[in-house]
Design a binder for this molecule. Structure first.
Ligand SMILES: [Zn+2]
Length: 335
């Protein structure tokens, strides 16, 4: 007889309670509009987004030369927390999350590494820091800071930037100095990336990355150039021997003359360790001073520009539409 009761309750459970439990995560709510029509809305929790593909990616740890398979959005928390200060506005961090997701998926489809999709080196792919190391380097309420990063990644789950329905090559940098740069003036090429244009952003001068200087003695300058150009000769008494010859359309140095050599602004940036190619030169008592505006190559989204826009009320989508011209933000599963 007891067995019958057990079967009866098991039957009840399967028919009524189990379906109720399973549908709980997909709740429906209804609201009545002014004209009395009841609208039914489905509420999906954000954690429900399941990637059709790209859900896991292969990450190369450059220090140990090992490849780790990681969940995309977990990986993005490590990237966003390595690439952008956590005290930046949430909408700027969300823009960074979308940019980092797009950049990652672009790299999956355009592989640089043989056995991995991306590596953890910021000069090659994107910066990455383990949660443990990140928390160790933060002050204050570390867990709250990590939660803020996780929220920004979760609230943008599945979102990527597309142009012609394809993930874009979402370049970004620290500070544009007020104006972004064309890829052709940094690396050459880039005509297949019409979404990367020169755009202006206000408010970047409020950040410490905006202004910097590098001062070298004439001898130091010559030494640095000699490493690359062994036959370099400069007459420091001749004003025409060190001279900016040409600017890019964004106002950065395109070509600069050092004695018997003409080099690109990007090359000068590398040789002298300048933060950007947006610089002026002044000569004074045996020294050369580079006064630099901005930080980074200048192409795509400026991170400080993103934060500055967010402070004035822009959303992550506004920020992305500003820095990448003519793009759309789409769910990656819809491609
Ligand atoms: Zn790499």
């Amino acid at each position: 007889m007891r067995k019958v009761f057990i079967y009866f309750f098991a039957f009840l459970f399967i028919c009524f309670f189990l379906p109720a439990l399973l549908t709980k995560s997909n709740m429906q709510t209804s609201s009545e509009t002014d004209d009395g029509i009841v609208e039914i809305k489905e509420e999906h929790s954000e954690s429900e987004y399941i990637y059709n593909q790209y859900g896991t990616i292969k990450l190369l740890h450059t220090d140990t030369n090992t490849v780790e398979e990681v969940a995309l959005d977990n990986y993005l928390c490590n990237v966003v927390s390595a690439e952008m200060p956590v005290d930046f506005e949430k909408e700027a961090l969300k823009a960074q999350a979308i940019v980092a997701r797009t950049y990652t998926i672009y790299k999956v489809n355009n592989k640089k590494h043989e056995n991995a999709d991306v590596c953890d080196d910021s000069t090659c792919c994107q910066a990455w820091i383990s949660k443990e190391d990140r928390l160790a380097r933060w002050d204050g309420d570390k867990e709250a800071k990590w939660s803020k990063i996780e929220e920004c990644v979760n609230e943008t789950k599945g979102k990527i930037i597309t142009y012609n329905n394809q993930p874009i090559n979402a370049f970004f940098h620290s500070n544009s100095g007020g104006k972004t740069e064309l890829p052709v003036d940094v690396w050459g090429g880039g005509s297949n990336m019409p979404y990367l244009q020169v755009v202006e952003t206000s408010g970047e001068d409020a950040y410490s990355q905006y202004n910097s200087e590098v001062e070298l003695t004439n001898e130091e300058l010559l030494e640095k150039l000699k490493a690359k150009y062994t036959d370099i000769q400069i007459d420091f008494n001749n004003d025409d021997d060190i001279k900016i010859l040409e600017y890019t359309s964004s106002g950065r140095v395109k070509t600069i003359k050092f004695g018997n050599h003409e080099i690109s602004g990007t090359e000068a940036r590398n040789i002298f360790g300048l933060r950007a190619t947006n610089f002026d030169i002044s000569k004074n008592e045996g020294k050369i001073k580079f006064t630099v505006k901005g930080y980074g190559h200048g192409v795509g989204m400026s991170q400080t520009g993103a934060d500055s826009m967010a402070k004035s009320g822009s959303t992550a989508e506004d920020i992305i539409q500003h820095f990448y011209v003519g793009v759309e933000i789409k769910e990656v599963n819809s491609l």
